[in-house]
Ligand binder design. Structure first.
Ligand code: CP3
Length: 339
């Protein structure tokens, strides 16, 4: 039982005084305390050390006052566990020295034992829950199989993920085998995260919007649906697909508790496409946090009015940017509390 139940109640569709608020990528680089830790420990050391992951997870709770915590980690730890090495390079971002391009590459990819390979994440969940001590709920997360395939095949970040798409369109059978291995691993991993104490799970399909609606139904949605099916009876699930407004009708019927939307989809359109019943989450343009504070506060009020205060979770439309002033992030959260 959490002292602050707003987030979990919104996921159940309950009527509330005000909507809950949290920010995607809230445990990150716009926080000065995070930058201090970043100088001392490299990225995956921060992920793999439960004490550090816990400390970072708690930063935005204490400093910004959000209504939910999201565990500090990364979607790419799942690929590492599957025997696909991932490095985090300064100025480059994720870098995968042995991308998956052929059947020989694919044979090296395993569906791992979760306790053995990702036990450190489960330890971080337990430690964070002990520290949170019921103050706010803890969100666990994973990447969608499609978004993880993008990194596994491309080998690094990209605006187009052209190599990943080429692989899917030329080697469709291999692509589906890789997607299924990622799905099986993700299901076991996310179930273990729930068993370790996560209160809800968010699935990030950050690159779903690079696919046409038809290809989304081929390469992304069926695998997300498998994960939702496997989790929906043990935890609330939020599906966030960046640029995936076209899939809201399927997503609304999937058994997920809430759907994330980005800022290119209006509240009205998102409600219409999702059928008007399911909880929605989003969708402030992260760059809008550069606006003067009075503007942010005005925008937030307008956004809540547009989505409606019920069946709604206030969030950004994607992750917070690294150079956002902390007081602007706090103004975003304060505006919701003042609603
Ligand atoms: O939301 C949170 O605060 C929890 C932690 C979290 C991180 N990554 C920490 C992180 C979460 C939820 C993620 C998810 C993630 N990781 C996604 C999906 C969300 C999205 O933004 O679309 C994706 C695509 C990744 C892959 C990834 N990890 C990239 C592309 C990068 C480099 C670029 C970037 O955004 O910084 C990372 C590194 C990363 N993951 C950082 C953090 C705080 C920054 C690197 C560092 O601190 O050294």
């Amino acid at each position: 039982m959490n002292k602050n139940e707003l987030f979990l109640k919104a996921l159940k569709g309950e009527v509330l005084e005000r909507p809950p608020v949290w920010m995607m990528r809230q445990a990150g680089r716009y926080l000065p305390d995070f930058m201090r830790l970043k100088k001392k420990y490299d990225f995956f050391t921060r992920c793999q050390t439960p004490e550090l992951a816990t400390e970072i997870t708690l930063m935005p709770i204490d400093q910004i006052g959000v209504d939910a915590a999201i565990l500090f980690s990364d979607i790419l730890v799942v690929l590492q566990a599957m025997n696909i090495p991932v490095e985090m390079r300064e100025g480059v971002g994720p870098f995968l020295p042995t991308p998956i391009r052929t059947s020989v590459d694919l044979d090296q990819v395993i569906v791992p034992d979760i306790e053995e390979s990702l036990g450190y994440v489960l330890d971080a969940v337990k430690m964070t829950q002990a520290e949170l001590n019921g103050s706010v709920p803890l969100i666990g997360f994973g990447g969608s199989p499609w978004t993880l395939l993008c990194y596994a095949v491309q080998g690094q970040g990209s605006k187009t993920f052209d190599i990943a798409k080429e692989f899917c369109f030329k080697e469709e059978v291999l692509a589906h085998q890789l997607l299924q291995k990622i799905t099986d691993t993700s299901i076991a991993y996310l179930r273990a995260k729930v068993a370790a104490g996560a209160d809800a799970i968010q699935l990030f399909d950050s690159w779903g919007g690079l696919l046409s609606p038809e290809d989304y139904q081929k390469f992304s949605w069926p695998y997300l649906q498998q994960i939702v099916d496997a989790l929906k009876d043990i935890t609330p699930v939020i599906v966030f697909g960046k640029g995936c407004w076209f899939a809201l009708p399927e997503m609304a019927k999937s058994g997920a508790s809430a759907l994330g939307v980005d800022w290119t989809c209006s509240a009205r359109n998102a409600r219409y496409l999702s059928g008007g019943q399911i909880t929605l989450q989003g969708n402030y343009d992260p760059a809008r946090l550069f606006s003067p504070i009075f503007q942010i506060k005005k925008d937030v009020k307008q956004m809540i009015d547009a989505f409606g205060k019920d069946r709604y979770i206030v969030n950004l439309g994607h992750g917070i940017l690294p150079n956002i002033p902390v007081d602007h992030a706090k103004a975003f959260v304060d505006a919701v509390k003042e609603y």
